[in-house]
Write a protein that binds this ligand. Structure first.
Ligand code: URA
Length: 240
């Protein structure tokens, strides 16, 4: 989940918004901090990824960059704050709110599935850049069956109802109301607009793959850190 680091304990704990550096020094003096199971009275010592840091017996997971994979449930918005609806960040532990995390792109409130949340701005920017043509696959349940002709039209790139153009998209039938659609760009409401332009309607939408990452092991609303190998998959997706 993390980049390699070698960082002071008080910096780690304060960067996570758990307490100030001063309070951290006090906590250490009071025996509340352990490294690899041993109490340390000094909060200014440096530790690495390989050390297990605990405050009051709770392990503190820290990295310069965090990469979280969420299986987004319906009813949550991809925004830092929203006056009306719960945000996807409310599904993460509270102390993660201070880490500068954001979603890599957005899913609509009623769209479910793969959502990556990180504080790695550079990687996020690359994943969203149209020039990298990062592949996203959605599973759509549609109102009507999709014809072979519709599939051909989408595969050639098509005009959307508001005049904007969608780049070629690959539609594969799962059954006569369920379709996987692979796109190489990230326009607002893209999938719903493609089906609308095909005189159809999306009833349910799930993102089943983002740049080679899926979340089949997670229930809706569950999250986990991306594994090192998965972070590499994302990095490779933007260097091809
Ligand atoms: N396309 C949509 O229409 N909605 C999403 O949430 C993502 C892609």
């Amino acid at each position: 989940m993390s980049e390699v680091y070698n960082e002071r304990i008080d910096k780690i704990i304060s960067a996570m918004g758990l307490m100030s550096r001063k309070d951290c020094s006090r906590a250490a003096r009071n025996g509340r901090i352990t490294v690899n199971g041993t109490v340390t009275k000094f909060a200014d010592i440096k530790i690495t990824n390989n050390d297990v840091l605990c405050l009051d017996g709770e392990q503190i997971i820290y990295s310069k960059y965090m990469y979280v994979l969420l299986n987004k449930p319906e009813g949550y918005v991809c925004a830092a704050e929203d006056g009306r609806y719960p945000t996807v960040f409310e599904l993460l532990p509270k102390n993660y709110l201070n880490l500068g995390l954001f979603t890599v792109g957005r899913l609509d409130m009623n769209t479910t599935g793969v959502l990556i949340i990180t504080n790695d701005g550079e990687l996020s920017h690359k994943l969203l850049s149209p020039k990298n043509k990062v592949i996203k696959t959605y599973r759509a349940i549609t109102k009507f069956p999709v014809s072979e002709e519709d599939i051909r039209v989408a595969a050639q790139g098509m005009q959307l109802d508001d005049g904007e153009t969608a780049r070629p998209a690959e539609i594969t039938a799962v059954d006569d109301h369920t379709y996987d659609i692979k796109v190489f760009e990230g326009k607002f409401h893209l999938i719903k607009r493609i089906f609308l332009a095909l005189h159809n309607q999306v009833r349910e939408l799930e993102r089943i793959d983002f740049a080679g990452i899926d979340c089949q092991d997670l229930e809706k609303g569950e999250w986990r850190f991306l594994e090192e190998q998965e972070i590499n998959v994302l990095k490779e997706a933007v260097t091809r």
